[in-house]
Ligand binder design. Structure first.
Ligand code: ZN
Length: 235
């Protein structure tokens, strides 16, 4: 369960700075860029990056550090077709399902499990538009905070988020909760429509703002659903 912070004055604890001291970089941050092709652990044959199986001996390979788009065989971008994400995922999931490796050795069984875990993580991230937008930004080195509106720095977004939260808190009946929920849903749809062109144009500032807005609107819509259930029960 996520704990909701109610204070607006809290600041995250920042790491203490040592004068003249830098963060130890021993062994960290080495591998970046395109991973090189590697050798199959079983037959030493060549395995192309992103391939889950060795073409020579068919042994399942370690999942490696692929980005989620490469792992699912999808083109990197926001505008993804849900049916296509599903199709790629279920096809790979069938190939990598641990049950298929039940009769293999312990190493292949463990690798198939790792592959399945990585595949699920990729799918969970890419199928959800909000998670997908956040992930695309992270791939570009931009972190959109996962907290509520307390950490919003944009004054326009902050005032919108606070206004919506207050309206929800003041809503005393189901009808007024529904009005807020409908408004949130319209705004969510607007954000989703605008995100694809923003990412396509490489306008990361805009994509970041839209993602932040999408995040609190999504949270608000969830809260509205809870409110609605609670209001409906008390009638
Ligand atoms: Zn092999």
């Amino acid at each position: 369960m996520t704990q909701l912070s109610t204070s607006t004055g809290e600041r995250p604890i920042e790491p203490r700075e040592e004068p003249g001291g830098k963060i130890d970089s021993a062994g960290h941050g080495a591998a970046a860029g395109t991973p090189a092709p590697f050798a199959c652990w079983s037959c030493r044959g060549p395995v192309a990056v992103g391939e889950a199986f060795c073409a020579t001996c068919k042994a399942v390979q370690p999942p490696g550090q692929l980005d989620h788009f490469v792992r699912l065989g999808l083109t990197r971008g926001f505008a993804l077709d849900t049916a296509e994400i599903d199709r790629h995922y279920f096809q790979l999931q069938r190939q990598l399902h641990p049950d298929r490796f039940a009769m293999r050795g312990p190493r292949e069984r463990a690798l198939s499990q790792q592959q399945a875990t990585s595949l699920n993580a990729a799918y969970e991230t890419l199928k959800d538009p909000l998670a997908r937008a956040g992930y695309l930004l992270r791939l570009s080195g931009i972190e959109v905070n996962a907290e509520g509106c307390n950490t919003l720095t944009d004054p326009v977004l902050l005032s919108e988020a606070m206004e919506l939260r207050e309206a929800l808190a003041d809503a005393t009946d189901v009808a007024s909760v529904d009005v807020i929920a409908r408004r949130a849903q319209v705004d969510i749809d607007d954000c989703l429509t605008e995100l694809a062109p923003a990412f396509r144009a490489g306008d990361l500032d805009r994509a970041g703002r839209l993602t932040t807005r999408l995040r609190y609107l999504t949270k608000l819509a969830e809260e509205a659903r809870f409110h609605r259930l609670r209001r409906a029960r008390t009638i």
